[in-house]
Design a protein around this ligand. Structure first.
Ligand code: GLN
Length: 205
């Protein structure tokens, strides 16, 4: 029997949220754009899109959203791209700034320099199906990963797609290519987490 569809939120305060929403819908998810803290209730997972992480932080603080989102990120499947990855990282440099600190990586903002502000590369990935196209836009560089972090793709020896348990983060923009594999991988993670939750409810009662 086919699983019932998962409901995924896409944080829609700023940045490239609509293309994420479209991709997730094409892959069969129910999508809710999240603009207010109460819209996080009942979601199976969340995408934090790219944009400008400093602007995200300002918007989140202004609407009193930061703490609710932090609690969500600490307990649910989350996929952060670019600025989203910066918001999830344990350590942020260039310059240092506040983050949810749930993902055991260090990131350096805008680390690829002006010459390389935007670039499209094809790089190896351990996701099935061969190399993945990566669109980098004023991208951060992951400069350190903790022992529990799985590296799924790299650029010049630095991780660009990482997973730690229920968290997935990319320094590039998979929503801007035709390749659905990264979003499909996230939806599998969400389904897995939902299945685990259901099983533990059945066991406990
Ligand atoms: N440079 C942005 C930041 O530091 C991230 C860019 C992006 O999300 N495409 O927040």
């Amino acid at each position: 029997m086919k699983n019932e569809p998962v409901t995924i939120g896409v944080l829609a305060l700023q940045g490239a949220f609509d293309v994420h929403a479209k991709r997730l819908q094409e892959l069969g998810a129910v999508v809710r754009l999240v603009r207010k803290p109460e819209e996080l209730a009942g979601l199976d997972g969340l995408v934090i899109p790219g944009g400008e992480s400093t602007t995200f932080l300002k918007n989140l603080e202004r609407v009193g959203f930061y703490d609710t989102l932090e609690a969500f990120v600490q307990s649910h499947p989350v996929f952060g791209t670019c600025a989203g990855c910066i918001l999830m990282a344990n350590e942020v440099a260039n310059p240092p700034q506040r983050s949810f600190a749930v993902l055991d990586v260090a990131v350096e903002r805008n680390a690829y320099g002006r010459q390389n502000d935007s670039v499209i590369l094809n790089e190896q990935t351990s996701l099935p199906g061969g190399p993945v196209e990566m669109v980098f836009i004023r991208a951060p560089r992951i400069s350190r990963v903790g022992g529990g972090v799985e590296v799924l793709a790299e650029r010049d020896g630095h991780p660009t797609l990482v997973r730690e348990g229920r968290l997935l983060a990319a320094t590039f923009h998979p929503e801007l290519t035709e390749d659905p594999r990264v979003h499909a991988y996230f939806l599998e993670m969400v389904e897995e987490a939902k299945g685990d939750q259901k099983r533990s409810r059945e066991v406990t009662g």
